[in-house]
Design a protein around this ligand. Structure first.
Ligand SMILES: [Zn+2]
Length: 127
């Protein structure tokens, strides 16, 4: 098993944790499976640290980003399916048409526990 796991890239941090370089547009997040430590680095430093090539780092980062994007898309689709279901039930329950009443049913939907749970799940994926 590889010691370092590439978690993905983002712009949450603009400093390389290895060399201290600043103003990076994006950083690669790595997890050291031995120490459990997570750190951010530029691709060159990440490659040196993991003893991989820059190309391997970039490709692993791209894969991780794609995986995350797909998970978030799936989570969004679950949320929107649940919203439609709520909307239809709301319409039946209140006898009001779904059309033109977005604000009414949507506000109610946002206040439900189901929405909270789905949102939390998505936030976890996106984090
Ligand atoms: Zn660096």
């Amino acid at each position: 098993m590889k010691r370092f796991k590439i978690l993905g890239t983002n712009g949450d941090q603009d400093v390389c944790d290895i060399c201290g370089r600043v103003d990076l547009q994006k950083v690669v997040w790595l997890e050291d499976s031995e120490s459990g430590q997570v750190f951010a680095a530029g691709t060159v430093c990440a490659a040196k640290m993991a003893k991989w090539t820059v190309k391997e780092i970039k490709s692993a980062a791209r894969e991780a980003d794609n995986r995350k994007r797909k998970s978030i898309m799936a989570a969004n689709s679950r949320i929107s399916d649940a919203a439609c279901k709520f909307r239809d039930e709301w319409s039946k329950r209140t006898g009001r048409p779904t059309q033109g009443n977005f604000k009414a049913w949507h506000t109610e939907w946002l206040a439900t526990e189901e929405f909270e749970t789905l949102e939390t799940a998505r936030d976890k994926i996106a984090a």
